[in-house]
Design a protein around this ligand. Sequence first.
Ligand code: M6R
Length: 364
Amino acid sequence: EKGGFEHFMLKEIYEQPKAVADTIHPRIKDGKIVIEELGLSDEDIRKISRIQMVACGSAYHVCAAAKYVLEKLSGIPVDIDLASEFRYRNPILSEHTLVVIVSQSGETADSLAALRESKKRGFPVLGIVNVVGSSIAREADSVFYTWAGPEISVATTKAYSTQLAAIYLIGILFGEVRECISREEADHYIQELLKLPEKIQRILDEKERIQWLANKFSHTKDVFFIGRGLDYAISMEGSLKLKEISYIHSEAYAAGELKHGTISLVENGVLVVGVATQQELFEKEISNLVEVKSRGASVLGLTSYGSYSMEDTADFTIYVPRTESCFATSLAVIPLQLLAYYISVARGLDVDKPRNLAKSVTVE
Ligand code: M6R
């Protein structure tokens, strides 16, 4: 059942190259992105004035990344909300807002309630869902299925990765239709997208180094994940993954925000994971890492091959292959999943079924 893997989580981590490929390939036809299931004509896409994304947990972290990606590729402003907040805050939605609900299970109570609330107000709802025929899939006006296959481990990995892939596809499609990106640019993005599965595989092939780092840091008490831009969105996911299955206290921070309070917690023994895949923000991120290091933190840098100056500051560095900066989340998340996994294993915990948690949260 676990296909020779010790846990479902590791099996699912390893299924990511295929899951991402399976999500992308059916939506590319003759070199163009075609997503018929959206049920949106070019005219409809041009009319969208705003995208409101709503989700919980890791699916919300996809929304956090999507804000950067969709705004950059499509030029449409994106708002994001936690479903448990959105449903009770009486959100102001302007005309031609497209509501997007992201959910692996399609059964999360708060996300489903957010969907119903949006529909009641007359807004079209697109579901990005993994489980076929689930409540959110049935009730949404249109459904983009992520073809991740069944996900058993409570900690999501492959569903998260396929949700990101869905966002890239929608971003490129909307961007080209709205002329925010040219045909040539769209083509370039599609080519880069098609290379992601192989790049994810390359990271998986280097898992021993992450395993070694996990053993080294498995007794750490406090971990901060910091990043800027998309690297902040990845940090949120890395932090949740770690706390969820290792029970180590961890927080994600926008790197520039640390000095507004949180840096007072940084001292000897604290681990700071600095994510820096975004070239234009690299130096800013490094200066934040210098600050935490001078206060006694151990620094684990996560960046792309080529950015070797990370080693001047970080105590340890993990490299991932280079890609388009707006797709970097898909690569940087892999070592963070592996780190959380191997730390949980090193601590002898129940990786697939962490305490107090359910795979799908059907109560509010
Ligand atoms: O099924 P959903 O995608 O709606 O679930 C949302 C969250 O409960 C889920 O992502 C949760 O945060 C994961 N266990 C994180 O690994």
